[in-house]
Design a protein around this ligand. Structure first.
Ligand SMILES: Cc1cc2nc3c(=O)[nH]c(=O)nc-3n(C[C@H](O)[C@H](O)[C@H](O)COP(=O)(O)OP(=O)(O)OC[C@H]3O[C@@H](n4cnc5c(N)ncnc54)[C@H](O)[C@@H]3O)c2cc1C
Length: 530
């Protein structure tokens, strides 16, 4: 069963090792927790539904609460402190494209707004119901999970868009294929959600972002059905498929998607390399990508992330490894790189050797598979730390951008610094660190994680988080980065979109939304503020 006020399954836990709590107390100060709001009290406060009855629409408080929020920091504060003020009026569970079409018609007749809902894993406020004088229907695709077709000649798989990561990979694996899209939210996020938010999987370097994997499909819109034919490439004017990518539920409901699949790889492993400094590590990563070494992923942690990752792992070998690394010159400024090699057995050894050699050239110490294997084991488990840290009084959030290589160094320093400065105004501290992943020939995504103490007052906590997020967003703008490389816009990034797209660009986006949804009924307030 899914947690109603945290991340993931209730049966999965990720305990924080005592040594990590000691470390966090040293860095942040004494930790204190406050009890969570009781679910029963929140359920009792859910107002009466304003929707007319429909056989596919569930108006119970339980369904409405469990689809009211995603996974953003604002959502966590609402759920854990019990300060939810908006709920959908009902949650519809469609099974077919016809159901979706029928529900859009019903919503229009009822004057309702519609929020398409995939896995609810949004971290930027994509699926939150607005304060609205009209009813709000959340339209869940959780029952639309089928593999409809696998064209093995073209390597195209057609899925219903509500399929979540594990279901999708299981169905493909049974036929010897993989999509290779593994966001950290893989356990719950869905194909439709990935497309609607322009998601990125951890091995996007090999498999591509969802933009490269999404070949075509169908979308039910308030004005009718849109079909996107899966052609390999086209010069026939602007690409409508590109309009659907990142549409965040504002154009309609993606019901089916054709995705480009590959054979399951013969070999895969992840390796660790320590660098004496961030500059050497990032030069090595840039050299790997610019020399076109076909690794499947890279993740270079800055010194603070390297230290924190090792402490949070709670592994017994960390102390020993620390002392050993220091004696050979990998001290306080050391950075950890994890890189993956995935593909045929023929290319595996060669790629590993070439990547390791480039790392050595930049001062890297190749440490084999142990660290990489730990990363692999925890790759979808790490988000469970959010639950346990929160219960110990620590909130954790992330933000991310992508920039040209010429800006990566400066932005990687300035972003965590700006978060620290915002928190200093509240006379408190924050532990903020970054890593590079999702690398490209011309640049990289810079991903920042920040941990801070919870306060007893939810408004105070929200204000602290908003200040940190705002400061960091201004720095992202200053260095010419995008407001999001992979999480999307939602409500949290909407105020920063104008600076990125320009007035004319925003007009065009508004006109596209208006064209598919002239009634303004689809997911209002997301992507841009109305
Ligand atoms: C712990 C954690 C780790 C994460 N790691 C990553 C990561 O590695 N990479 C990454 O890219 N993101 C990551 N995310 C963010 C999130 O998982 C992605 O944005 C994901 O793509 C959302 O998918 P979803 O199915 O949960 O969509 P939802 O959260 O349900 O919805 C997101 C948006 O998409 C729209 N939408 C959903 N389905 C449809 C549909 N069928 N048709 C039309 N619109 C639709 C919704 O209306 C909404 O605007 C992470 C989130 C968490 C909580």
């Amino acid at each position: 069963m899914k947690r109603w006020n945290g991340w993931g399954n209730v049966d999965t836990d990720y305990p924080v090792p005592p040594s990590a709590l000691e470390y966090l107390t040293k860095v942040l100060g004494p930790l204190a927790s406050t009890p969570d709001a009781a679910k029963e009290a929140i359920l009792a406060a859910v107002p009466a539904s304003r929707l007319p009855a429909h056989p596919l629409v569930d108006t119970t408080p339980e369904a409405r609460l469990t689809h009211a929020r995603g996974q953003s920091m604002r959502d966590w504060i609402d759920l854990r402190y019990g300060c939810l003020h908006t709920f959908p009026d009902g949650v519809a569970f469609a099974r077919t494209d016809e159901d979706v079409r029928d529900l859009l018609k019903y919503s229009r007749q009822a004057g309702a707004r519609v929020i398409p809902y995939g896995g609810g894993t949004s971290v930027v406020g994509h699926i939150n119901p607005p304060q609205s004088d009209t009813p709000v229907l959340t339209l869940s695709l959780e029952k639309m999970t089928g593999l409809l077709d696998l064209d093995e000649t073209s390597r195209l798989a057609t899925f219903q868009a509500g399929v979540a990561g594990p279901q999708l990979e299981e169905k493909l694996k049974a036929r010897g294929y993989t999509l290779g899209h593994f966001p950290q939210s893989f356990e719950y996020s869905t194909l439709g959600g990935w497309i609607a938010t322009r998601s990125s999987g951890q091995q996007s370097y090999r498999y591509g972002k969802i933009e490269q994997l999404f070949a075509g499909g169908s979308m039910e819109t308030p004005r009718g059905r849109l079909e996107m034919k899966p052609v390999p490439a086209s010069a026939a004017g602007p690409d409508v498929r590109e309009m659907v990518l990142g549409s965040e539920g504002r154009l309609g409901v993606i019901t089916q998607a054709q995705v480009r699949v590959r054979r399951v790889p013969e070999a895969e492993a992840f390796f660790g390399v320590f660098f004496p400094s961030w500059e050497q590590g990032s030069d090595a990563v840039r050299a790997i990508v610019q020399n076109e070494i076909p690794v499947s992923m890279v993740r270079l942690s800055n010194p603070l992330e390297t230290e924190t990752t090792l402490v949070l792992s709670g592994k017994s070998w960390v102390g020993l490894a620390d002392r050993g690394l220091r004696t050979i010159g990998y001290g306080d400024t050391r950075c950890l790189l994890v890189f993956g090699v995935t593909g045929s057995r023929r290319m595996f050894g060669r790629t590993r050797r070439e990547a390791a050699a480039l790392c050595r050239k930049h001062g890297g110490l190749f440490v084999g598979r142990v660290v990489g294997h730990t990363w692999e084991k925890n790759r979808f488990l790490a988000p469970y730390l959010r639950n346990t840290l929160w219960e110990h009084g620590v909130a954790i959030d992330t933000l991310e951008t992508a920039l040209p290589w010429s800006q990566v160094q400066a932005a990687s320093l300035a972003i965590p610094q700006s978060i620290g400065e915002a928190m200093a105004k509240h006379n408190d501290r924050v532990l903020a660190f970054t890593h590079l992943s999702h690398v490209y020939r011309d640049g990289a995504s810079v991903y920042t994680t920040y941990l801070f103490r919870r306060t007893a007052d939810p408004d105070d906590l929200l204000a602290r988080w908003q200040d940190m997020k705002h400061n960091a967003s201004l720095i992202v703008q200053k260095y010419g980065g995008t407001i999001s490389h992979q999480h999307g816009v939602g409500m949290d990034h909407a105020p920063y979109l104008l600076a990125e797209k320009g007035a004319l660009g925003m007009d065009a986006i508004g006109a596209i939304c208006n064209s598919f949804d002239p009634y303004g009924m689809m997911n209002p307030g997301k992507l841009f503020t109305n």
